[in-house]
Structures are given as structure tokens and as C-alpha cells.
Write a protein that binds this ligand. Sequence first.
Ligand code: UTP
Length: 289
Amino acid sequence: MNKPVRKAVLPVAGLGTRFLPATKCMPKEMLPVVDKPLIQYAIEEAEAAGIEKFILITGRGKNLMEDHFDHAFELEQILEQRGKDRELDLVRHFPEPSKIQYTRQQQAMGLGHAVWCAKDFVHDEPFAVLLPDDMVLAERGCLTQMMDAYNHVGGNIVAVTEVPRDQTNRYGILDIEDDDGRLARARGLVEKPAPEDAPSTLSIIGRYILQPEVFDHLDKQIAGAGGEIQLTDAIAATLDSVPFHGLRYEGTRYDCGSKPGFIAANVAYALQRDDMEADVRAALAEILK
Ligand code: UTP
């Protein structure tokens, strides 16, 4: 039996420079897709996958996120007085206080460093990492699909997708040993390889199930590609002792860390909504005319 995955780490301390000036005072994870911030989608995906406890690794804008996952008494009172029950439900949906924690990454030293900040929260259990700016629109949540795979193969699992070869230098890329078309067992991984050096075109997106052994490497605080402490280096360091798989998830991924990806996500999620689909379709048709 593989140890259950009960905890999730959500790194939200990046600078979000691609969205300036919107992210000057606000973390990019508070940007809304349709009407919900990215961070809330990530928490809901994790809850649906059975996660019980969350830690947000924050930088600037910590208060904004704490407020978002807390009661807004004045607003709730007004909504109550006006009989707006549906809206009340929407603002009251968040994890109980005992289930959500926050810690500061005092310097944005890379994703590996952000995850390392959760070491005392994770202890010696397997855990999930979700990057809220990667969204996967799917019938079954991406992390739920990964949990299914984890229950079969254990170890470290990442969600993967094929990228064009000329883009390998933007992603963590798997070196594949064995592949059944859905689950690929990897013997290695490289962070941002040049296209000619990339061992494959299978790239990691922002969903991980990891074993606590990754902290042995993160403890050493070694900077990797781009001078940042890389999570992929920590996973690579455990390859001899921990099996490592990439799961080709079902669904469509939107890179909401990039402007085109963020706009596309807004359109795609709006088209899923019964209350908006027709209007959005009509507006798009008008724009594209
Ligand atoms: P990105 O690579 O997208 O960086 O981080 P960024 O700073 O957020 O955005 P840009 O490139 O400046 O526009 C991927 C994820 O890792 C988190 C980010 O918050 C995001 O969820 N991260 C990154 C940290 O929490 N700490 C870091 O030091 C770096």
C-alpha cells in the first residue's frame, strides 16, 4: 500500500512579472478566470482529489489570500439581508482554518526553494504540489487522475504533456525508460534543456505527487538552471531510490502564467458555463468577424 497523499503545497510567491502592472500589489494567483481566482481553482482541484491540508507558500499579497479564504462578515451580512443565498454560498466556500496554513518564502529563490519552505508542514509524508497558474480543464481533475496512477505505481509522479521541440528550453523534460502511452516511467529529467539536448519532448506541468525524500536534496539549497533552486533537480536526485513517472492527463492545460494562456482559459472556462456560454460565443463571433 502506498502511503496516502493528504497534504498539498501551493507555491504562490513568484513575482508574476509577465502580468505587471496587474501583479504589482496582487499575487498573480489572485487573478480571476471568469469569476474565481486561480488559487481557488487549485484548492478545489486538490480537495476533489482527497487532499485534507493545504499550505500556501506566499510572498507579497499574503493578506489578500488569507482574506480570500476567510469570512467577510460585512459582505456576508449584506448578502444575507438581501436574500442572496447563492452569492452567500460562493463567498463562504473555503477550507476550515485548521486545514489551511500560510508561510512566507522570504526570497523568490525558485520553485524548489518554495517547496522546501513547506518541509516542516509535510514531515515524512508524500505530498502534492500544485502550481495554480497551470490550469487543467478536465472532467476528472488532473490531481485526481494522478492519485489513481499513484495508487498503482507510488513514488514521484508528475503531470506531463508533449511540447514542440523548439520549446523544451522552457520546461522540465523527462528522459523516458518505458512508456505505455499514458504513464511514462522516467530514468531522468532535465530542467530547460536546449532542443538539441532534450531527451524527449515530454514536459512537466504544474502538478506533482512527491515523496519526502526530495527534501534531502532541497536541504542542500543548490542553485540550478537560471540560478534558481529547482524542484526538478530534487526529483532527479531521488531517481535511484524513488520510482518516477509522468502521467499524460486527460484534459486541456492552460498556462495562465502567460497572457495568451490566461485569456484562452477565461474563454474556455466561460464556454463551460451554462449562464454564459451563449453570450460569450456571440461576443467571440462578433470579435472574429
Ligand atoms: P513562474 O516561473 O511562473 O514565475 O513560477 P513567476 O515569478 O510566478 O512569474 P513570472 O515568470 O515572473 O511572470 C511558477 C510557480 O512557482 C511559484 C510561482 O508563484 C508560480 O506559482 N514560485 C516561483 C514561487 O513560489 N517561488 C519562487 O521563487 C518561484
